[in-house]
Write a protein that binds this ligand. Sequence first.
Ligand code: MSP
Length: 521
Amino acid sequence: MDKFYLTTAIDYVNGAPHIGHAYEKILTDIIARHFSQRTEVFFLTGTDEHGIKIQKTSKEQGMTPKELCDMNAEKFKQAWKALDVDYTKFIRTTDDYHEKVVQKIFKKLVEKGDIYKHSYEGLYCSGCECFLNEKDLTEDGLCPDHLKKPELVKEENYFFKLTKYKDAIIKHIKENPDFIVPSFRANEVLNQLEDIQDISVSRAKTNVQWGIDVLDDPDQVIYVWIDALSNYITAIGYDTENPSDLYKKLWPADVHVIGKDILKFHSIYWPAFLLALDLPLPKHIFAHGWITIDESKMSKSLGNVISPTAVLENFEMEYPDAFRYYMATSAPCGKDGNYSDADFKEKVNAHLANSMGNLLNRTLSMLVKYFDGEIKPEFKEQSDLFKKALGTVKVVENHFNHFEIAEAAQEIIGLVDMTNKYVTDNAPWTLAKEEKWTECGIVLTTVLEIMCIVSSLIYPYCPNIAKEMAKQLSFNLDTKLDDLTCDNIKVGKLISKEEIKPVFLRIDSEFADKTAKSSKK
Ligand code: MSP
């Protein structure tokens, strides 16, 4: 693996970011940080800024569409900064270079004979930014995702020959069982492919003005999903005539991380556009589940929409690590997760403060108490736990290869629990009382070696906690996963009493339920 190129969905900027958007960006950042411990990573995110939805919202708010986009794109960037989402590039679909290449892409599809003009009448949902079939609506004729009545649209616009690529896409999905992750979603896509039709890929300017103009046809704007999906290649310098070196190095993407609601666009429309452009398909499409709040769907009408930073503010957290950890472990791969204040507090207190943080703190404190913080040469011994720890590294890597982020975290906490048990079983305090100094030193050093591995494995989830752990262990956190050993703790003085500090403080109970209350204000 000489590079890893991963992307998130680009968010609509008709509103501010919420915890659902944050969930995806955190998951992607964790994958990016993990793979940065194995290879060179390029992490793309951004905002989706055209279309009828933005046009309507800006009008309601008395702004130009561009003003609305500028205001909200900034909020997304700030949220990702607060959550330590460390992307390589942020694309906005109103960026000049993107708009120009999207026009060329559309032109190439026309030249290829894959786009034709057609008079059309259909039901358009501005929430989904797509036409819906009557059979997909609820009994009351509403869009099932947005619970809004779609608008009847009669237009002459351009159509893309999606049906031409149907068989090739079915073949690709069947021959590449890990193209769609988790695999249980592949069947859904294969079912949807059964009755696909050609799709409208432009809108008449009489109805939609906020979009990228079709070259040579000033009465039409390019459909927002062609515009949006193309970001994955325009951001890295794709051009129909002369693609950049970066594009050549990075494409095909290793994974597009998206929510389950937009899988159809990524596993049917996007592959069809790419095939039409004679470009390779992305290696994986990872569809994560949705986040609910206290087991309810997040919605403005329920008043339970939580901002991405509300949890940090309400629990007065200096770092986003605990929130990142909680979100990332809220659901198994591809399943829906839930946020609740009480659960958040309980989980991070148990895993990060009690199991992991205390283990390091207790061990270092004993090292100071019994040995003045010094590692003696005779403390360095092999242990069965080392084999287990290095085995965990491989298991974690394998989970990440399948985008099983929560499952990987469970392995890491499993290693911590096993190490806690090792401490209990070997009772270094008793060994000290009995003046079995070498044995006591071996137990403490063994634990500290394991904690170096733990700091490396937990880094993608909790980068600040990991850095603090590594600092107290004098461990180099830049060590690649493949180069990890259980020989990191140096002989000599490791730490003094003043240098020991808790890496994660328990969340005080008084904070419970604050987030939910404040978000309803
Ligand atoms: N603009 C399109 C994506 C274009 S990608 C070429 C879009 N935007 S969105 O703002 O509606 O959603 C952005 C991402 O956030 C999607 O992957 C979506 O699934 C995800 N989520 C939105 N609400 C969510 C939850 N409540 N929970 C988890 N993810 C959710 O779709």
